[in-house]
Design a binder for this molecule. Structure first.
Ligand SMILES: Nc1ncnc2c1ncn2[C@@H]1O[C@H](COP(=O)(O)OP(=O)(O)OP(=O)(O)O)[C@@H](O)[C@H]1O
Ligand SMILES: [Mg+2]
Length: 372
């Protein structure tokens, strides 16, 4: 069993209070009894009871010790209750800055760098919190610099790449005999252009600078077109692809181009990672309530190879691929899900994933509905 620092302090102080309180009460009782033994040996002048003197002492002793027991029990109870309350309070006070720091560290571990903990003392806690704040500031600056660098580099690379692509295409269209190496170079230039374009939009989305052209969009009709576009590729891979909906039209305020890329990325993955004979289903639901808001929900369900549980946490990280070896032959860069995640977030929605290895995967996209 793992105990928090607060629990440990509470238990230690509680034990201390119990031992001190207990021994205090016991010594007091022993002392009282020895006091009456002393009385027994002394001569008492007044016979205030009819009983013989030894019995008078016994009667007095029973009476007083009974009273004292009650008195000490009450005192002991009070002492214990006060001590425990004090322990609880002191352990809470002592560990409060630590608990705030732990909560902040957990947020940083999840990727949220916009955290800062108020420094409220100049003791060790104060120094640790100040160092933590300086560290997250540095991380934020480094992350901003990285995003700017990727955005700038990809921006600069786009123009020469499109010139190269254009020149290669013009050469082929001019009817010159095209050597196989040149075709290979053309393919690689196209691949590189797509990668640079993916990195460029991803860096814009990460920096919150993605421009969206949001208009009312009939999601059902849009998805029908997208499924139609990938149907050929799916059927070529021996897959059955279907779309189900319980309502139409479902209108969302969205950028049709960006939303198309989200579902193309999800469907391309489903096609890539499902063996021939498998099934891909797209389900659209209207007016789903999540976190007290209304959403349109689209699930992309496949019967493919699935994703191990330990990989689910990092799935939306850029360049993350499950088992490099297993997906190397697909040629993907590991950017598709990251782009989908950022595009959906830019629309105010979110994506969830659930998967069973060797059984299949479900990606669920939630897009906010503006019409209550
Ligand atoms: N439907 C799925 N079934 C099984 N594994 C999946 C599925 N979707 C994604 N994955 C795993 O998640 C990883 C990340 O997916 P992502 O789309 O980001 O990258 P990619 O498909 O490898 O490359 P890219 O999309 O950039 O071409 C994939 O490499 C794959 O291992
Ligand atoms: Mg992909």
């Amino acid at each position: 069993m793992t105990l928090t620092v607060r629990q440990k302090i509470f238990i230690c102080m509680g034990l201390l209070v119990l031992i001190l309180g207990g021994s205090h009460a016991v010594t007091n009782l022993v002392y009282m009894e020895s006091l009456f033994d002393q009385f027994r040996n002394e001569e008492i002048g007044a016979a205030f009871l009819n009983a013989p003197p030894e019995e008078q002492i016994e009667i007095l002793k029973t009476y007083v010790v009974g009273k004292m027991e009650l008195f000490w029990l009450g005192k002991w109870g009070f002492f214990i209750a006060t001590g425990l309350f004090f322990s609880l309070w002191i352990s809470g006070v002592l560990t409060l800055p630590l608990r705030k720091l732990v909560a902040a560290i957990e947020r940083v571990a999840k990727g949220d760098l916009e955290v800062s903990v108020p420094v409220q003392s100049k003791d060790e806690y104060g120094k640790v919190i100040q160092t933590f704040n300086d560290m997250t500031l540095r991380l934020r600056e480094a992350e901003d610099a990285r995003r700017r660098l990727v955005a700038d580099v990809t921006h600069e690379l786009r123009t020469p790449l499109s010139i190269m692509q254009l020149k290669l295409e013009n050469y082929q269209q001019a009817g010159h005999p095209v050597p196989p190496e040149m075709l290979r170079i053309h393919d690689e230039v196209i691949r590189l252009s797509l990668l640079v374009e993916d990195l460029h939009v991803l860096s814009l989305a990460e920096a919150g600078r993605l421009s969206l052209d949001c208009k009312p969009l009939d999601l059902t009709a849009h998805l029908e077109r997208i499924v139609d576009d990938v149907k050929f590729e799916a059927e070529e891979n021996g897959l059955d692809i279907r779309l189900h909906t319980n309502a139409r039209p479902i209108t969302v305020m969205a950028d049709a181009r960006r939303i198309a890329q989200v579902f193309i990325n999800l469907l391309t993955n489903a096609i890539r990672y499902t063996a021939a004979g498998g099934k891909i289903t797209v389900e659209i639901e209207d007016r789903v309530v999540e976190q007290n808001a209304l959403f349109a929900r689209v699930s992309v369900i496949d019967t493919g190879i699935g994703i191990p549980e330990e990989d689910l946490l990092h799935l939306f990280d850029r360049f993350y691929r499950v088992e490099e070896a297993r997906s190397r032959h697909t040629g993907g860069a590991g950017l598709g899900l990251s782009i989908a995640h950022h595009f959906v977030r830019a629309h105010g929605g979110f994506i969830r994933v659930s998967s069973q290895p060797n059984e299949g995967t479900i990606f669920t996209v939630y897009l906010p509905l503006n019409n209550p």
